[in-house]
Unconditional design. Structure first.
Length: 60
């Protein structure tokens, strides 16, 4: 399982709603809206540290 870098939800790579490649690494997303947010500001999400609790449904 991968972790959506925007909302931090667990994502099954084979069932991801979308993917992006940034700096040679593939990122998996639970929804297209998360991918769109990531694509606008990838550095913001790549630099975030772990431990973030997903407190709202930003994706659907």
């Amino acid at each position: 399982m991968a972790q959506d870098p925007v909302c931090h939800m667990s994502v099954d790579e084979s069932k991801a709603a979308a993917t992006s490649v940034y700096n040679g690494k593939t990122y998996y997303f639970c929804a297209k809206t998360c991918k769109e947010r990531f694509d606008r500001e990838p550095e913001k999400y790549v630099k975030e540290t772990g431990g973030h609790e997903h407190s709202r449904r930003c994706c659907y």
